[in-house]
Design a protein around this ligand. Structure first.
Ligand SMILES: Cc1ncc(COP(=O)(O)O)c(C=O)c1O
Length: 288
């Protein structure tokens, strides 16, 4: 099992792989990324992740002159080098190597990094008992300051939220936006169930358009549910029958409590279980 990286197509053990200290990704966090995982060795929704990666890169004015085919070939070679039964995949695109200045015309790039390591699932207990969440004081970046729809390697907003959540014994943070509405988790989106209604905050809450959220919205009707977008406040979360996070790595992670408040029965509810089963049954269709 291996942790390997590809830097501009050159594969090496991740611990030996190097980018320049003058890379804008390092000096300014001037970079965007994607996190993917494999099922049966094949990346889930690679096309959607590459589309979002290009969108993020375009939003910061970075051209990515590699086709999806080339990126897919590089990833396939890296997955083969990694040799893991299931892989966690990180793709990073930085503006490139600069001179520690705002003279973007001097930057030579982009730098395209991919890394793979064994995929570590959340664990059965999380799906059987639910996970602990924390409603943190850190607010999600305002979309007109640093739009959360740009999947930026500037993760300090998320890091501050996660550190606060972890200090309170939670595995994931829930962030409100600057208007006090529910935004998202530090690394996931949020879905709420109330009297058989399944709702999730709209993109206008200032969130990352999660690919798991998107896939689930497409898949849910197969389980007899429609997911609606609706503005939510903290009180809605505390009064929910069921609540879960969605992310590529966590799939659908049931929330058993937010801080000291138990959600519903304090264990994964029937709608969450049905949606998780439908999601897991459907994901192979989105892997290639
Ligand atoms: C802030 C944030 N929101 C939501 C998500 C979930 O996105 P996806 O379902 O595409 O993994 C992530 C995943 O990394 C994230 O970082």
């Amino acid at each position: 099992m291996g942790f390997f990286a590809s830097i501009d197509g050159v594969i090496a053990p991740a611990a030996d792989a190097r980018v320049s200290v003058l890379d804008n990704g390092f000096t300014f966090g001037d970079s965007v990324y994607e996190t993917l995982r494999t099922y049966s060795g094949r990346p889930l929704a690679l096309d959607r992740h590459l589309r979002r990666l290009r969108h993020s890169a375009a939003r910061i004015g970075v051209a990515l002159p590699l086709s999806d085919e080339v990126l897919g070939q590089r990833l396939a070679a890296l997955l083969e080098a990694g040799g893991n039964p299931e892989s966690y995949i990180r793709m990073i695109v930085t503006r490139g190597v600069g001179d520690i200045s705002y003279n973007f015309e001097r930057v030579k790039g982009p730098t395209v990094v991919m890394a793979v390591k064994p995929y570590a699932p959340l664990g059965d207990a999380a799906y059987e008992e639910g996970v602990q969440a924390a409603l943190v004081s850190v607010r999600r970046n305002a979309a007109d300051a640093l739009d959360p729809a740009i999947k930026s390697c500037n993760l300090l907003n998320n890091i501050l939220a996660m550190r606060e959540a972890q200090s309170r014994g939670a595995i994931e943070a829930i962030l409100l936006n600057h208007r006090g509405e529910v935004a998202e988790g530090a690394g996931s989106n949020i879905v709420l169930i109330r009297k058989d209604e399944v709702v999730t905050p709209p993109l206008s809450a200032g969130i990352l358009p999660g690919i798991t959220r998107e896939l689930l919205m497409e898949i849910a009707p197969e389980a007899g549910y429609t997911i609606r977008e609706q503005t939510l406040v903290a009180g809605d979360l505390f009064g929910a029958d069921e609540l879960f996070f969605t992310s590529t790595l966590k799939e659908l992670a049931p929330i058993r409590a937010i801080d000291k408040t138990t959600i519903g029965d304090g264990k994964p509810g029937p709608v969450t279980k049905r949606l998780l089963a439908a999601y897991r049954a459907a994901v192979p269709r989105f892997c290639r």
